[in-house]
Design a binder for this molecule. Sequence first.
Ligand SMILES: [Zn+2]
Length: 188
Amino acid sequence: MIVIDPGHGGTDSGAIGINDALEKDVVLSVAKEIIVLNKTIFDERFAIYLTRYTDTLISLKDRGQLTRALKADVFVSLHCNALPKTSKGMEVYVHDPKTLQPHIKKSIGLGVSILIESTGKLGFKGRGVKFANFQVLRETVAHCSSVLVEMGFMTHADEADYYLKKKNIRAMALAILMGLYNYFNAGL
Ligand SMILES: [Zn+2]
């Protein structure tokens, strides 16, 4: 069971792109494409659930609660970065551990796996796996592998424009799915 969490939604647009695209729309379109590719390419190999399927705002608490209720194996929150203006590339956040518990180690493995696929195949600069104390990670990491993926910078012209093309939405969705596939296959 994989929970994909498209960040923001509704009144919370997230980052606003230099091309006026909204983070909330980009992350939802990638999440929906992950569902499609799981059917068309992966033959429904994964059970995938989204925390939101439409342009609505779900509280951070509810996103965590849903993940726990579904007894998810993996939680992947999708976001895009913003500012400073010259910044570009992808990074993955894992909950900042006080002690290196099993789910933290697995989360780092998942983060590396997603970054290898997305930076290696799509040409995004890799900014690495980083630690942060984000609520959605804090509320899920005790229960499953949990990462927050920043899929490039909305404030960088090339990266904001990347998501204007449907084929690029699909490419990012596939990279994330391949990252998950390799993570599970590696038995991390
Ligand atoms: Zn965000």
